[in-house]
Design a protein. Sequence first.
Length: 270
Amino acid sequence: MSKAAVAAAYQKIQNAKAEKVKPPVGPLDFHDGNAELLIGKLLYSPAVRTVVRYHGIDVIRVDPSANEGVPGAISALLTDDDGKEILRLEENAWSGSLANWDIEITGQRIAVRRHAKRLALQLRLDPPGRIVVEHLDMRFADAHLLVTERTYAVGRIVSDGCIHWVHAYIKINRCSSFGVAIEFTEPAALEDRDVALGKTGTGLATQNRRVVLNSNLGIMIKPTGVVVASLCGSFDLVELAIGSQSLADMRRVIAEHPEEIPRFISTGKV
């Protein structure tokens, strides 16, 4: 397109009333891929369908193909650090919010900015069926996700300036149909699950059972209501870190020293 045509289209949008402007949309072509969303060191494909669930709401979901030659599908509601929707995926079709400062598509990447120098989300499409989260700084109600291609951390917001974080370097080997890679729920619900299974796994729990590693229940951090590999059934855990750190410090470390996230969450040191 000529520069004049682009300028005319831009001016038309600028002059239009907000309610008359449709949000930007586009497809993600997975060809014959099975669909996988890669988040840091959380390895789950093809075992888990719900990647993130918040109190019964599937925030990020992956549905592998049921038939050979038919692509799988990814659906997700992605928000910024204020909890405002920035991008929605509905079975591989994406739509962006008009409130975004900019949505940029370059090659295999989709980047969403809230301000000129503030990146909220960056995804990379790796054919035939993988989406890699290269950057995500997302709040969903009182949950927070910080994600890069190299690491991730999930947090429960307790008060302004106080977030309890969890990081688990884990591989989920198999999963029931109702299993979840990362789940936020009520602490009481985790206590009920623990009781229902007879409080098994004593050797893999803290003395007060505030943190429990159970092959059936997953990695439960009861005080914050966070579970990794929830109800999955089989996982290999390499690394686990739990602790309270400020959001500003977590952002700095995950950007500058992603390999130090587990140590920083646990000790506050890099």
